[in-house]
Design a protein around this ligand. Structure first.
Ligand code: DGY
Length: 323
C-alpha cells in the first residue's frame, strides 16, 4: 500500500526527517523559507498530511481550500495560534501539536532572559565587541540581583511551572502566579508558590513578570499600556510566550519613559519583524524566537509529530490532538 504523503513546510533536524521518511512519503520544502498562502493551499490539496510550523499562517481561507486531500495538520510546535482552530474544527481537519518536549528548553530561555536583562549581559557583550570595554570598575554596568527576588508568572501551565522550579530551586526566588485554570496543589506546595487572585495583583507585586499564556485573540494585548503602568518602575518583563500578548508600542513607551526597568523578549507581534525603535534600546534583550531551539528538542518535536501521524494513519487517536 502506498505510504501517506506528508508535506513538511520547513526543514527539520536530520534525524527527525529520517524517522518521518521511514514511515511516510515525505515532501520537504527544500527552500526552507516560509510557504505563502498559495503554496500551503496546494500542499493541502496534494498531501495526506501537512506539518506546519509557527512560520505558516493558516487562516480559514487557506484551510478551506476546494479539493482538500489532507485530513490532518500535524503542527511542529506547541503553540497553534497561527492555525484557525475553529475553521479546522468546522471542516473536520484534525490538528495536533508537540507539548512537553519543549518545556525545559523554553523555560531555560525564560530564565536566560531574566538573567541577561537584569545583569545587562547583552549591553555588556555589545560594548566588548565594539572595543569599548575599558576594564573592570566598581560602578561599571551595574545590574540588578536576581537571586531572592520575586518572579510573577502569567500562566502556570507546563512551561510556567518549569520556570517556577528553576527560579525557586536555582535562584531562591519567591514565585507568584496568575492562571484562571486550577494549578496542581503538590507543585504549588513544593515551590511555595502563591496564586494571585488577579493579573493586576501579580503585576504590582513582582520584580520580574514572565509570560507563559497562549497567544491568539483571547490574550491579544493582555499586557497593554494600562497593565504596563501597574508594573513597578524597577520591574522587568519577560516574554517567551507569543508576541501578540504584549502591545509592543506600549512596551516601547514604558521602556523609554522609565516606567519599566527592562524587558527580555524571544517573541514578537509580527515575526520576524522587530521594531527598530526597540532594537535601539539598551535595556532590552531581544532573541530571535529561540525557546525550543536545541538539537535535542527540535529532534524530539519531529519524533512527536511522527508519532501523532502514525497514530492517525493507523486509525488511533493521536496523543496530542488539539481538535
Ligand atoms: C512553539 O512550539 O510554540 C514554539 O514557540 C515554536 O513554534
Amino acid at each position: 500500500m502506498a505510504k501517506p504523503i506528508v508535506v513538511l513546510t520547513r526543514r527539520w533536524p536530520e534525524a527527525a526527517e529520517r524517522r518521518l521518511g521511514e514511515l511516510f512519503d515525505v515532501r520537504c520544502n527544500e527552500r526552507d523559507e516560509p510557504m505563502g498562502a498559495e503554496e500551503l493551499r496546494e500542499a493541502l490539496q496534494r498531501a495526506d498530511a501537512v506539518c506546519p510550523t509557527i512560520s505558516d499562517a493558516l487562516p480559514a481561507e487557506v484551510l478551506d481550500v476546494p479539493g482538500r486531500r489532507a485530513r490532518i495538520l500535524a503542527n511542529f510546535g506547541v503553540g497553534f495560534n497561527h492555525i484557525d482552530i475553529e475553521a479546522a474544527r468546522r471542516i473536520g481537519l484534525v490538528v495536533t501539536n508537540t507539548p512537553d518536549v519543549l518545556t525545559d528548553c523554553t523555560a531555560d530561555v525564560a530564565m536566560m532572559l531574566v538573567l541577561m536583562v537584569a545583569r545587562r549581559a547583552g549591553e555588556g557583550e555589545r560594548q566588548l565587541r565594539r572595543g569599548e570595554w575599558c576594564g573592570w570598575a566598581p560602578t561599571y554596568l551595574l545590574g540588578r540581583k536576581v537571586s531572592g527576588k520575586t518572579l510573577g508568572l502569567v500562566g502556570f501551565g507546563r512551561i510556567g511551572r518549569a520556570v517556577a522550579r528553576r527560579a525557586r530551586l536555582g535562584f531562591g526566588m519567591q514565585v507568584l502566579f496568575f492562571d484562571p485554570s486550577p494549578a496542581p496543589e503538590e507543585v504549588v506546595q513544593e515551590l511555595g508558590a502563591r496564586r494571585c487572585a488577579t493579573l493586576e495583583e501579580l503585576l504590582a507585586a513582582a520584580d520580574f513578570v514572565s509570560l507563559h499564556c497562549p497567544g491568539g485573540a483571547a490574550n491579544r494585548h493582555l499586557i497593554d499600556a494600562r497593565r504596563l503602568d501597574l508594573l513597578r518602575p524597577d520591574a522587568y518583563l519577560i516574554n517567551t510566550a507569543r508576541g501578540d500578548v504584549v502591545d509592543q508600542q506600549a512596551l516601547y513607551h514604558a521602556l523609554v519613559s522609565g516606567r519599566l526597568a527592562g524587558a527580555g523578549f524571544d517573541v514578537y507581534e509580527d515575526e520576524p519583524r522587530v521594531p527598530e525603535a526597540l532594537c535601539a534600546l539598551e535595556n532590552v534583550v531581544l532573541l530571535p524566537h529561540l525557546g525550543s531551539a536545541t538539537v535535542e528538542t527540535r529532534t524530539a518535536m519531529g519524533f512527536q509529530v511522527a508519532e501523532n501521524l502514525e497514530a492517525f494513519f493507523s486509525g488511533r487517536e493521536p496523543r496530542d490532538r488539539v481538535v
